[in-house]
Design a protein around this ligand. Structure first.
Ligand code: ADP
Ligand code: MG
Length: 387
């Protein structure tokens, strides 16, 4: 692997000699589907300022590269949005140079954030999103690995505009009243439809599949025949996709980022990561339904011109009780686990008793209805974050 990494660095320098003239490239610090990120320092300076060099995979669509560059240039540098120092390009090779920010791993802090820490973290995330949304841009991939956090320094950076998208704010002409029956298929349960023990959400709603009632019948119904192909963006990460994305609603807005920030907050308040496993979109909808109940999800779907059918009524659960139970269960697990190198093992009990305002904000961020979901601006002024 180390060899491989060295190869990659020398390849990069060969393709982009100016990069090698300017920087010492030390090693890989991040890898996503569309990029590799390297740590670098300047050759020409004695200061040890660190940079993160993001090298996009050569198969990236040029429009995607252009969009990421545009976002970094227009939006970056303020309000906890990562700054772009330099962009270098030769024919098929492109890199973004950004200030490096040392950060902690979500899995390490999600369990033991204090109430104040959560408040500051969520405030910073929402301030960053407010900035992005002012530009009518949807980030589309809000998740912990794209919101860097340095615990000790209390620093935050929203990164990765690789999936960002411009959207129009003119009143969303509701999509054609297409009906899509999500029918229960008893007996067709896939092995991974149910979360394993570590996942908090049990899919009690039985597996569901998106299909019309004519599905499987010898004739396709006239409604289906007259339908145009349904296309809706669904880029993002499983577990963080909003209901309107899962239901393939075509006119998506910045509200999808707010949902994702709600999922992050849900992880923190429950001390659980990942919270939703969402191996596919239908299971993801079932998981969300377990929390909000089938009636609410059906209403939400109806507003989007979709019909959701469940094999049974699912009542929904109290999100506050759920978080408190999970928080307790997880901390007991950690106390019992001899492997926890936990620095805070004998530390005074961490203050994780969240005020009800925290749960109130959580529910507003996770409003299944994107029209009534709280905005970044409103969330920043919410009681939990305001003081
Ligand atoms: P991808 O599109 O491949 O997910 P990202 O922009 O999210 O690319 O970067 C991948 C990872 O690299 C991040 O999750 C983070 O760990 C690291 N990274 C990205 N930018 C920086 C930065 N400015 N400072 C420190 N680490 C960074
Ligand atoms: Mg990323």
């Amino acid at each position: 692997d180390e060899e491989n990494e060295k190869d990659k660095i020398s390849y990069l320098i060969r393709k982009l000699p100016v990069l090698g003239n300017l920087f010492h490239i030390h090693g890989k610090i991040g890898k996503g589907t569309f990029s590799s990120v390297f740590l670098a320092t300047l050759k020409t300076s004695t200061n040890q300022r660190k940079f993160a060099i993001k090298h996009l995979v050569p198969t990236c669509h040029p429009r995607r590269i252009e969009r990421e560059l545009q976002c970094l240039q227009d939006i970056g540098g303020t309000d906890y949005v990562v700054e772009l120092d330099l962009c270098l390009r030769s024919a098929e090779c492109i890199v973004f140079v950004m200030p490096y920010m040392k950060h902690d791993r979500f899995a390490e802090y999600v369990h033991d954030m204090t109430v104040d820490e959560t408040r500051n973290y969520m405030k910073a995330l929402l301030v960053a999103l407010r900035r992005v949304h002012k530009f009518n841009i949807i980030h589309r991939d809000v998740k912990p690995s794209n919101f860097l956090y340095n615990r000790a320094m209390k620093q935050y950076r929203l990164v990765d505009f690789g999936l960002a998208q411009q959207y129009t704010t003119e009143s969303n002409t509701s999509s054609q009243a297409e009906t899509c029956v999500i029918e229960s298929q008893p007996g067709k349960r896939k092995r991974n439809d149910v979360n394993d023990e570590t996942g908090p959400v049990k899919n009690t709603g039985k597996p569901i599949d998106v299909q019309c009632i004519c599905y499987g019948k010898p004739r396709i119904c006239s409604i289906c025949l007259s339908k145009s192909a349904q296309t809706a963006p669904r880029a993002g990460t499983p577990g963080f996709r909003a209901p309107e994305v899962l239901l393939k609603f075509p006119s998506q807005t910045s509200a999808i980022d707010i949902w994702a920030s709600g999922v992050i907050m849900l992880c923190i308040l429950s001390g659980t990561h990942p919270f939703f496993r969402s191996p596919d979109d239908c299971t993801a909808l079932a998981e969300i339904t377990t929390i909000f109940g089938s009636t609410k999800m059906q209403q939400c779907a109806k507003k989007l011109g979709r019909k959701l059918t469940f094999s049974e009524n699912i009542p929904g659960i109290d999100i506050k009780l759920l978080c408190q139970k999970l928080q307790k269960r997880n901390s007991l697990h950690r106390e019992e686990d001899p492997n926890t190198s936990c620095s805070n093992k004998n530390q005074e009990k961490i203050d994780t008793a969240y005020p009800s305002a925290a749960y109130d904000l959580l529910i507003r961020l996770l409003d299944p209805d994107h029209c009534t979901r709280i905005t970044a601006e409103e969330a920043i002024n919410h009681t939990f974050l305001a003081d």
